[in-house]
Design a protein. Structure first.
Length: 290
């Protein structure tokens, strides 16, 4: 007798139980939709829908080159672009706002030479005002500043826009949405971190899902998530209202990619990681009838 596989976790608590069990997570499925003539109140399960604004926004995959093989950076960017990446993220860390130090404007310039796709610079720095002009000159198209890193957020976003770049604002997992209430009209995108900034390969913080839902109710532009984005979690973030997904380890460190294959192997391409993420998004769309 055939049995239906269990549906993927739809809540933070369920997601954690599955994660702790060590069992692989199945594809994300929607809650049952109310059919014509049925009463959702009687079933106790309201129709599961993503906000209409999110449904109209393009779904985008953004590989983070922090997880790439720097010895083969140009080749890996080219491979990811050929596999359908929408743009690339360059993480800039100063060792103060976050413990690590990584990259800088020269990496933005190197990535710019390797691709014509848009680049976003994620400034995880304690004095972002000193970095905006250099990364803009290096070729960044989107510049993301953390609300926690400045007391002059309005001015910084205006500075980015004045340079002809897309201004975006980021929030750490524990930071409230109230920090960005007054600049939502300026921000062309909001990045909600789903891990603590500064390190790759962390586990997805599922409690951020509620923050995504609350932001999506009143924000009709791009909502990006960054951290722990894998085939098992990307559907959860999308269902909450995100439409842009940054992925590092799950692209450049995919089991069929460079983490397990020699650099000379065709399997070392990040294409397999991007394909797995797109397949998860497709399953999520089908399960929701979209």
């Amino acid at each position: 007798m055939k049995t239906r596989p269990p549906s993927a976790p739809q809540s933070e608590a369920a997601w954690r139980r599955h994660k702790q069990s060590g069992r692989p997570l199945p594809p994300v499925e929607a809650r049952p939709q109310a059919t014509s003539g049925s009463d959702p109140a009687k079933s106790g399960e309201p129709p599961a829908r993503r906000p209409a604004a999110a449904a109209r926004l393009k779904l985008q995959l953004v590989p983070s080159i922090l997880s790439a093989d720097f010895n083969r950076l140009g080749a890996q960017i080219a491979d990811a672009a050929a596999a359908g990446a929408d743009r690339f993220q360059v993480d800039i860390m100063d060792g103060h706002f976050v413990p690590n130090i990584s990259m800088g404007p020269m990496f933005v310039a190197a990535a710019r030479r390797a691709t014509r796709l848009p680049l976003e610079a994620h400034l995880m720095v304690s004095r972002p005002e000193q970095w905006i002009a250099p990364v803009a000159e290096a070729g960044a198209d989107i510049i993301i500043v953390h609300a926690e890193a400045t007391v002059h957020l309005h001015s910084l976003l205006a500075q980015i826009a004045a340079l002809g770049k897309r201004p975006a604002v980021a929030l750490n997992p524990a930071s409230p949405l109230e920090l960005i209430d007054e600049v939502l009209e300026q921000a062309t995108m909001v990045l909600l971190m789903t891990v603590e900034p500064g390190f790759g390969g962390q586990a997805f913080i599922a409690s951020v899902l509620d923050k995504i839902r609350r932001l999506r109710r009143r924000y009709r532009r791009d909502i990006e998530v960054d951290g722990g984005v894998e085939p098992e979690t990307i559907g959860l973030a999308r269902a909450a209202g995100a439409n842009v997904f940054v992925a590092g380890s799950s692209v450049f460190g995919h089991p069929s990619g460079p983490a397990s294959s020699p650099a000379s192997s065709p399997a070392s391409s990040p294409a397999s990681g991007l394909a797995a993420l797109r397949q998860a998004l497709t399953r999520s769309s089908r399960s929701r009838g979209q």
